[in-house]
Ligand binder design. Structure first.
Ligand code: G6D
Length: 338
């Protein structure tokens, strides 16, 4: 049995609360974001369901937000498309990050709830990203559909169309923590057929280097985060030391499974990469609501490689042609171990 309830907070922010037998999941129209996800009394994502209006408008960590039109960094905020060069806001100097300060994480989406008493509930969020909002070419009509089902599976679908050829690389910036007391996430295991870690250069940007093959390096498919953080392998150690953890795009196999002793989290996506960020620096937000310690969560951001336009040029997966419809789907499923 699933049911849904809407709670109106201040400033036009709504909480859309979905319950089934063991779990509760909450979304908001502000940034079409996930606010919380609970398995019985265990909160598995970071966020703040109480006073969500104050919490989300203020903090710089993109908790649970839809991010776009381009997730991740673009070098020097600059790119060339069809012979024309564009300069974007350098909001993470010298780079452009997560679509800039006017990105979709900060906007109120229109929404509609579909609940036909079946095995799932859908929230359909819509908006238009205008050229004038973020200085990329083209206006994009965007629909983000969050679906939650009785199998405790959260599905995100993106539908987009642009009136000019542009870049489009959306993601969701949810932070997971499967530990009961949300203590640091270093004890989580990552398993996939393939775990290719794209190394970052001095500017926090991936480049054209072949990803570091962690399956080969550790000679196994199931790797504990501590093994990555404590590795003495020179290339890996240099990256972990520099970033105080992971902030890296991965190429994965068909499924990525994250687990601790109590839960399995299964992720599938049709996007080319998954950025894993282990919340390495939590000092940026000067607020009483900032209760976060480094490594208190990790993101699984399904997206194209950050800066792909400056690495792959006209072959960059993030290019959205004006006569093509964009569709992408990512799922996360939470399973309690027996
Ligand atoms: C992203 O890769 C980036 C991080 O570097 C950034 O700090 C965070 O979003 C807020 O995952």
């Amino acid at each position: 049995m699933m049911f849904t309830k809407v709670e109106h907070q201040r400033n036009g922010l709504d909480l859309i609360k979905i319950d089934n037998d063991e779990t509760k999941i909450v979304f908001t129209n502000y940034g079409a974001r996930i606010v919380t996800w609970k398995y019985e009394d265990n909160i598995i994502v970071l966020g703040n369901v109480v006073e969500a209006d104050e919490f989300y408008q203020d903090n710089p960590y993109y908790f649970g937000a839809s991010v776009g039109r381009y997730a991740g960094r673009i070098a020097d905020g600059k790119f060339t498309l069809d012979g024309q060069t564009y300069q974007l806001e350098q909001n993470d100097p010298p780079n452009h990050l997560h679509g800039g300060s006017n990105g979709i994480d900060h906007r109120y989406f229109d929404y509609e709830i579909i609940d036909e008493n079946g095995g799932y509930i859908q929230i359909i969020f819509t908006t238009v990203i205008k050229e004038a909002d973020d200085h990329y070419p083209g206006d994009i009509k965007l629909k983000i559909v969050h679906t939650y089902d009785i199998d405790n599976r959260w599905t995100i679908e993106y539908y987009a169309e642009s009136d000019q050829t542009t870049l489009f690389n959306p993601t969701n910036h949810v932070y997971f923590n499967l530990n009961r007391d949300n203590k640091e996430v270093d004890n989580h295991y990552f398993t996939s057929e393939k775990l290719g870690m794209h190394l970052l250069n001095e500017q926090n940007l991936p480049d054209a280097r072949t990803p570091l093959d962690l399956v080969d390096l550790f000679d196994k498919h199931k790797i504990r985060l501590t093994e990555i953080f404590e590795s003495e392998a020179p290339q890996l150690k240099a990256q972990i030391d520099k970033y105080n953890g992971l902030d890296h795009p991965f190429s994965i196999g068909e499924e990525l499974v994250i687990e601790n002793s109590q839960f399995l989290l299964k992720m599938q996506t049709d996007m080319p990469n998954v950025v894993v960020f282990t919340f390495n620096d939590t000092s940026e937000w000067d607020s009483d609501m900032n209760i976060y310690k480094p490594h208190s969560g990790f993101t699984l951001e399904a997206q194209s490689l950050p800066n792909d336009i400056n690495i792959q040029g006209k072959d960059a997966p993030s290019i959205l042609q004006n006569d093509r419809a964009f569709y992408s789907r990512t799922t996360y499923q939470i399973i309690e171990k027996l």
